[in-house]
Design a protein around this ligand. Structure first.
Ligand code: NGO
Length: 526
């Protein structure tokens, strides 16, 4: 053997050794789509034991030229680009491609309702089909959740980007799955609202209720009553500088939500919780005297003057402007804790306000107290405290939105050691928030009476987005699952393992969350 041959033989030996170790190193874990931690839990998942892999040349194909589909394709592309560093070009096609990601509206499954979707993943093609663009959007959240958690990090990461093959067939139990944010006690700017919307979208929620007015602040520009925001929006709890949304900013929020298939539900609370308005216009007070701005946290001391025509002119103007900038079907009229309004004044007031909302083409939602009045057809009572009110609403043929404070209030503390939040309705550890069923919670009120559930976040104690996140996570995924997944498929012991795996996703999305000791966190956190 010449010296050259000797060198060649040794080199080949080392290359082979290297290759064999590489094969050993990259040996894939067994693929099992059914074992992925998807929240909310899908209706059914099957596995076929292989992998689909995102690669630099993976494109996103959408069927037909519809603007909605292209936008959804672009949304997916925008989610996948930063961490992979790949291009994910969005292309229109007429029929299914052989490889890549394919979004199509040509669904044949009977079980795919409005928001339902079917995902089929093979080695070469990931096909998402739905009956509506909304369904595709929900399905994209599943795709995000079956990719490695690092997909959510905003800068380039190492792959590989593998997705287990198989199928997901999925649709929700309730049509209303939402959260509420109180922007009145403390004001939160447009960017915070957008981030909140993105977090809701990730868990397939579809409603965001904004509590836009209360004693401490009026947060939406009303052009015919400009002092509401100029003066009434100027402060907040604790006396700091408040804020408000211009109509243009509000339209921006509505649009951002719409692109994520989320409906904005604006609330103007009345006749109580109205000090900010009473401080802005003297004529809204029965004694004609303007009130001082309020920066404390007491409730139940304010009321609009229910016997004055000016009050109804005011409400008509507010609802007209609000309805014109709100494409969603609902206007929320509050109606809670009107302790400063006599019941004989409260009942005709709520009756009249319902007419005003209907005259502007919208459906009424109000806190459960509105059931004391004569509910108009299509009115929705949001049950937060009083089961008798909820039963009275159902007797009148109204539907119920479930937000029982002791289960669903995101501002309730987790336990005694929680620094933020309140505990008047009790402590809500993550399992307590998960372990209930809206359809059996109130005797006499069943699934047929309920449009869904909403988890409200009141902001007496919250001043920053990271504080919002800490109260919302990790409870929000649980509320999303209650609203989406059939009760019979839900079980805390199984859910907590899936939730634990989302700790890595919270980290990747830079979400501040409460590391509950009841959740067996794995991976990166702590
Ligand atoms: C109550 C009250 C709100 C408080 C909240 C605090 C309702 C519907 N009205 O809920 O004004 O902010 O509790 O948890």
């Amino acid at each position: 053997m010449t010296r050259k041959m000797q060198i060649q033989t040794v080199a080949v030996f080392f290359v082979c050794l290297l290759m064999s170790t590489q094969v050993a190193c990259t040996q894939e874990p067994p693929s099992n789509l059914s074992q992925e931690s998807i929240i909310p839990k899908p209706v059914s998942v099957t596995s076929t034991g292989d992998y689909f892999t995102l690669k630099p040349g993976t494109d996103i194909f959408v069927q037909g030229g519809s603007g909605d589909l292209l936008k959804i394709g672009q949304y997916l592309s925008d989610r996948l680009k930063p961490s992979t560093g790949y291009k994910f070009e969005v292309k229109t096609v007429e029929k299914a491609p052989r490889r890549g990601i394919y979004l199509t509206l040509s669904v044949s499954a009977q079980d795919t309702r409005g928001e339902g979707y079917m995902l089929s993943v093979t080695r070469k093609l990931m096909k998402l089909s739905a009956a509506t663009p909304e369904g595709l959007f929900r399905g994209i959240q599943t795709i995000r959740q079956i990719l490695p958690a690092a997909i959510e990090i905003g800068k380039k990461q190492e792959g590989p980007w593998k997705i287990a093959t198989g199928t997901v067939n999925d649709y929700p139990v309730y049509s209303y799955r939402g959260a509420m944010l109180d922007v009145s006690r403390h004001f939160f700017g447009v960017d915070d609202i957008k981030r909140f919307i993105d977090l809701l979208a990730y868990y397939k929620m579809n409603m965001l209720h904004l509590h836009l007015s209360d004693d401490q602040g009026w947060r939406i520009e009303i052009k015919s009553w400009p002092n509401l925001t100029a003066h009434g929006g100027s402060t907040q709890v604790g006396g700091g500088r408040g804020g408000f949304y211009t109509q243009e900013q509000y339209a921006g929020i509505v649009q951002y939500a719409k692109e994520r298939y989320i409906t904005i539900i604006p609330e103007i609370d009345m006749p109580g919780h109205t000090n900010a308005a009473l401080a802005s216009y003297a004529e809204l007070n029965c004694d004609g005297k303007v009130r001082e701005l309020y920066t404390g946290t007491n409730v139940g001391f304010s009321t609009l003057c229910t016997s004055s025509e000016v009050t109804y002119k005011f409400i008509d103007d507010v609802v007209r402007e609000l309805a014109a900038m709100t494409p969603g079907p609902y206007i929320h009229i509050g109606g809670d804790e009107s302790n400063a309004t006599k019941i004989e004044d409260y009942i005709p007031f709520v009756n009249r306000v319902q007419e005003i909302v209907i005259s502007h083409g919208k459906q009424v939602i109000g806190w459960d107290e509105i059931a004391l009045s004569a509910l108009r057809p299509n009115a929705v009572a949001q049950c937060w405290a009083n089961e008798k009110n909820a039963n009275a609403a159902v007797k009148q043929g109204a539907k119920i939105l479930m937000s029982p404070a002791r289960k669903a209030y995101l501002d309730m503390q987790y336990d005694k050691s929680t620094k933020l939040g309140l505990h008047w309705a009790g402590y809500i550890e993550v399992d307590v928030g998960y372990n209930w069923d809206p359809a059996t919670f109130i005797p006499g009120i069943g699934k047929e009476n309920i449009i869904g559930l909403e988890a409200p976040l009141w902001s007496e104690t919250l001043t920053r987005m990271d504080e919002i996140e800490y109260m919302v996570f990790p409870r929000l995924p649980g509320y999303a699952e209650i609203g989406w997944t059939p009760a019979a498929s839900r079980n805390w012991d199984e859910y907590k393992v899936r939730l634990a795996k989302h700790g890595e996703r919270f980290k990747a999305m830079d979400v501040d969350y409460y590391p509950s000791p009841r959740v067996p966190w794995t991976g990166l956190q702590k």
